[in-house]
Design a protein around this ligand. Structure first.
Ligand code: NAG
Ligand code: NAG
Ligand code: ZN
Length: 522
């Protein structure tokens, strides 16, 4: 049971809380004062005074002390939510998140008009599960309600017989008449949990229980809420097996299900800043997420990435660029990559083509870190240019004298919308709740058998949850990526306007992502 959220703490968009932002205690390392008092247009002024950027010069501006000062600012911002949540957080809808967005905007707007700063509001789906209980046969089962699940009818316990669905439950035909009024027991696999819940709901099930097809518990998300979704749990395979055996032997099994949950739509926003200088037809884009989970302040996830971007945006303003540079601070990443998907799916074809590359920077300073590169490749059908970007990171880490590993490009962060829109993408990370192997300890040091980020999605993701060395190395690599592509896209494929045929083909061959953000979807 988890009762952690007070929905009355939700703020409508526009009811911004800015008090802490204008506080003089917020440090502003490396800020330039606005140019001001000048009759020359800002773009011309900026251009005439500044050296051209390149990878090395931008990487040379990275200072750990600047990054850590920003982390302190962010932690103070997360504390603004304490009154509503009882602890620091920057979850969407919280005062701490609104203040994070304002902080980013305020820093960007203090750079003498170097950036055009825009905000992109969007509706975000946000679910809360207060309480749940599942009984199959005579046994209480430890089931995990899926994220964004609707409640059971009247937020009350439903009693029904348990019916095993045929096949994998991905097709409506798998649901016989006996599913009507029953608890549908469905195998995991082949299609998203959301599809199974939808099919079960259409067939009249009062709840759906999806059992794992491998060892371990099953916690996932229904993804986008759909009209026919029913209250849905994930359970372990070994909890399902005895029930399935009884049903196969023709025995009746009764059960009960209870979920008290809410799915809310709230307004939140992305922040996007683009250099005034540089070829606006050819942009390098990079993003981190401005939100945290409800459980904690999110200083590594994704304070480390989003603050790296902010610091680099500040430092870049001392240079002129050949190509346009576009930074994004996504909202709603933790609720399922909402902001980045909203952005990518709302690009016109013409705007889409201008983005030569998207680079995702989510979690750059995990204390038990590995230097991880997303393994985006041509072989996997990732948009042409993704593999070249991956290779750039390989050379980058080699240049910085550190080891690295590849990790699956499987949907865990904000690159998904870009890949689906045909935009080359990639990125680096230092690891979340994965377990460090002994081989990785040889490569990076740290502790084998423990999470890369031991405070992942917890209250302790605070100022003590940052590895300064890893953060510095990664911030340098991010700076190199910005400096290099701001200077030139040489060696990278041109973007073209995709025909409708190409788009249809891309949709038909779309990657089946295993994750949507931090949650399993199938
Ligand atoms: C990276 O992806 C390619 C293409 O799917 C695959 O052949 C290769 O084994 C992957 N590398 C690693 C280290 O996972
Ligand atoms: C890289 O890994 C090797 C082991 O494969 C190790 O000997 C070396 O010290 C590591 N380099 C760094 C910079 O950690
Ligand atoms: Zn994250």
């Amino acid at each position: 049971m988890y009762v952690k959220f007070n929905p009355s703490a939700l703020l409508p968009l526009g009811l911004l809380v800015g008090s802490a932002l204008s506080s003089p205690t917020f440090s502003q390392p490396g800020h330039q004062q606005p140019l001001g008092g000048d009759d020359v247009s800002p773009a011309i002024h900026i251009h005439s005074k500044k050296p051209s950027v390149d990878a090395e010069s931008l990487a040379g501006t990275i200072k750990t002390s600047h990054l850590l000062n920003r982390a302190k600012d962010l932690y103070a911002i997360a504390k603004i939510s304490e009154h509503d949540f009882g602890h620091p957080t920057r979850v969407i809808g919280s005062k701490g998140h609104f203040a994070t967005v304002e902080y980013v905007q305020r820093v960007l707007n203090s750079l003498g008009g170097y950036y055009t700063v825009k905000e992109q509001p969007f509706p975000a789906v946000s679910g809360y599960i207060y309480e749940s209980k599942l009984v199959l046969g005579d046994k209480a089962i430890h089931g995990s309600p899926m994220s964004l699940t609707p409640p059971t009818k009247n937020k009350d316990t439903v009693f029904a017989k348990v019916v095993a669905v045929k096949g994998d439950g991905c097709d409506e035909e798998d649901y016989g008449d006996d599913v009507d009024g029953a608890i549908a027991l469905i195998k995991r696999g082949r299609c998203p949990f959301g599809t199974k819940s939808e099919n079960a709901g259409k067939a009249g099930a009062v709840a759906a229980v999806i059992y794992n097809n491998e060892a371990g518990g099953l916690s996932g998300t229904l993804g986008t809420p759909l009209e026919h979704h029913v209250a849905t749990f994930g359970i372990r395979l070994d909890d399902a097996t005895p029930i399935l055996e009884k049903l196969a032997a023709g025995e009746e099994v009764d059960g009960s299900a209870y979920i008290n949950s809410e799915v809310n739509i709230i307004r939140t926003k992305n922040v996007v800043a683009q250099t005034v200088l540089g070829d606006p037809e050819n942009c390098v884009m990079l993003g981190g997420h401005s939100d945290s989970v409800e459980e904690g302040p999110g200083i590594n996830d994704d304070g480390s990435g989003s603050l790296t971007l902010l610091e680099i945006a500040v430092q870049l303003s001392k240079f002129s660029v050949n190509n346009c540079v576009r930074f994004a601070w996504w909202s709603g990443e933790e609720e399922g990559l909402l902001g980045s998907n909203w952005y990518a799916t709302h690009l016109s074809d013409e705007e889409n083509r201008k983005i030569r590359l998207f680079m995702d920077y989510d979690m750059l300073a995990s204390v038990n870190f590995a230097y991880q590169i997303y393994n985006a490749t041509d072989a996997e059908g990732d948009p042409k240019g993704s593999e070249e970007l991956r290779n750039f990171y390989i050379e980058g880490y080699k240049g910085l004298g550190v080891n690295f590993t590849f990790i699956p490009f499987d949907g865990r962060s904000d690159y998904v919308g870009f890949i689906e829109a045909g935009i080359p993408a990639g990125g680096i990370a230092t690891g979340a709740e994965g377990i460090k192997t002994p081989e990785e300890v040889e490569l990076f040091g740290g502790k084998a058998g423990e999470w890369y980020d031991p405070c992942y999605h917890q209250l302790c993701d605070d100022l003590t949850n940052l590895d300064e060395v890893a953060w510095n190395v990664n911030a340098k690599l991010v700076a190199k990526s910005v400096g290099k592509f701001a200077e030139s896209f040489e060696g990278f494929p041109e973007r073209v306007l995709d025909s409708d045929e190409v788009k249809a083909e891309r949709a038909a061959n779309a990657k089946r992502w295993k994750y949507r953000g931090n949650k399993l979807v199938m």
